[in-house]
Design a protein around this ligand. Structure first.
Ligand code: ARG
Length: 465
């Protein structure tokens, strides 16, 4: 049966003319969805085997289709996917190539199937793998952070609230905070991967099909837990892609906070870290400069990831059931989010592994800003039986007086201290070292070096699971 000249070979039967050039350009997704080729071929092979086994097509045709698809996979692996806008997308690119290779039997592959369930299937498979890849990247940065935390379980730095020096903490403890964040990120991706693992294949265009399909067979051949229960939901749902983008956004926010700390810490007024040459860039005018560009780019790229979620949410939010072509842009969105997150993870991992921590500088600043004031209040509570709220006021007065005199809290003259409150003895002031402060914070989850070492052991065990 011949189509009209220039009309589409896949769906052109009712058309008299081909699409306008701009129509073709806006319509084609092959430049983007060629990335789905492995999933597309795997799903087609599963479908062909099932319709062959069910007697929907002959065993002979099923075998020809399978061999043809295997050949296409080898071709694409060797040479990449050819981009022909006239073939619109990966599904038609594969089918058209199949027709070149095996002839007429290729036309039977699309029996009991639509591009609507096909694309939903491919995209779920791709996103499942993407979750696994991101998990590996998150595990890598956790591993890097744990190594640095172990190295610095005892290193003392200022801990901040409001970016004001608050209390001394250990650097290891600070780094472990990120290990926790990335653990939650991993659990979000694992959760998303589990929930997405249902097969849309066999939903066909939207209503199911009159052919006696075995949807369980294709689901299990593709590693899905089960077929999706509702064909309308199966072709229109993109929750899985939204969940991927949402999880990726939160991970990107975590990376951005870490990147921001690298940027601040690398600045001269802080001087907490320096980046090796491999992770620094220079200035074209200022010869002395060493800029933390990679960290800044990670921080900025969080915008792309947050934007990806927003973009996809907007694409989906007003769509009537079931499929509308708006959904085609889901893939560019998720692919972009994946690429940005994978690269940001790799860059931050590289920086974490190679940063030099200026522990002398951190230690020196850890005592600034009266950072052990809480320790003095705690001492008054514990050793002198002063109620905490009173102790808070007494120490506030001590801080005020020390500030006026231009001395550290521990250097407040005994006479001055006694004038504020009799309990503020030289023994109390002598206890105010940053070492004593961190060593005393032994509560579960606290910053004491012994707690940090326990937390590292626990995090390592969790990582091995
Ligand atoms: N390229 C399309 C997409 O990515 C495939 C589905 C096309 N379905 C359709 N009814 N036109 O969404």
């Amino acid at each position: 049966m011949a189509d009209s000249p220039n009309s589409n070979s896949m769906w052109g039967g009712r058309f008299g003319a081909g699409p306008a050039a701009i129509m073709q350009e806006i319509n084609a997704s092959i430049p983007v969805d060629k990335r789905l080729w492995e999933e597309d071929i795997a799903a087609s092979r599963a479908h062909a085997a099932m319709i062959g086994a069910a007697g929907i097509i002959s065993a002979d045709d099923a075998a020809k289709i399978d061999a043809g698809l295997a050949q296409i996979a080898a071709e694409f692996a060797a040479n990449g996917v050819p981009v022909d806008l006239a073939l619109e997308d990966i599904h038609m690119t594969v089918e058209s190539r199949l027709k070149d290779i095996i002839g007429e039997a290729a036309g039977r592959l699309h029996t009991a199937r639509s591009r609507n369930d096909q694309v939903a299937t491919d995209f779920r498979l791709w996103t499942r793998t993407a979750c696994t890849r991101i998990d590996a990247g998150l595990k890598a940065i956790q591993t890097a952070l744990l190594a640095r935390a172990e190295e610095h379980a005892d290193s003392i730095m200022p801990g901040f609230t409001h970016l004001q020096v608050a209390q001394p903490v250990t650097l290891g403890h600070h780094l472990l905070a990120y290990v926790e964040m990335f653990a939650r990120d991993r659990s979000r991706f694992a959760d998303a991967a589990k929930r997405l693992n249902e097969s849309p294949l066999g939903a066909a265009a939207l209503a199911g099909t009159s052919f006696p399909l075995d949807r369980n067979a294709t689901a299990s051949a593709l590693g899905f837990d089960r077929p999706m229960a509702n064909s309308i939901d199966a072709v229109s749902d993109r929750d899985f892609a939204l969940e991927f983008c949402a999880s990726a956004s939160i991970a990107a926010i975590h990376l951005s906070r870490l990147a921001e700390e690298v940027v601040i810490w690398a600045s001269q007024p802080f001087g907490f870290v320096s980046l090796p040459d491999a992770w620094s860039t220079g200035s074209s005018i200022m010869p002395q400069k060493r800029n933390p560009d990679a960290a800044e780019l990670v921080r900025g790229r969080a915008g792309l990831l947050l934007g990806a979620f927003q973009r996809l949410a907007v694409i989906v939010k007003g769509l009537p059931l079931t499929y509308s072509k708006d959904l085609q842009d889901d893939k560019e969105t998720v692919f972009g989010a994946f690429d940005a997150l994978a690269l940001s993870l790799a860059a931050m991992t590289g920086m974490v592994e190679t940063l030099t921590f200026r522990t002398d500088r951190m230690r020196a600043l850890a005592a600034s800003g009266f950072s052990t004031a809480t320790d003095l209040a705690d001492w008054l509570v514990r050793e002198a039986g002063v109620p905490f709220r009173d102790a808070h006021h007494i120490v506030g007065a001590c801080v005020k007086r020390s500030e006026q005199l231009g001395v550290e809290l521990s250097a407040l003259p005994p006479g001055e201290a006694a004038a504020i409150h009799a309990a503020v003895t030289p023994a109390a002031l002598a206890a105010l070292t940053v070492e004593a402060s961190v060593a005393s914070r032994t509560s579960y989850g606290g910053t004491a070096p012994e707690r940090v070492r326990q937390a590292i052991t626990a995090a390592r065990a969790a990582l091995e699971e």
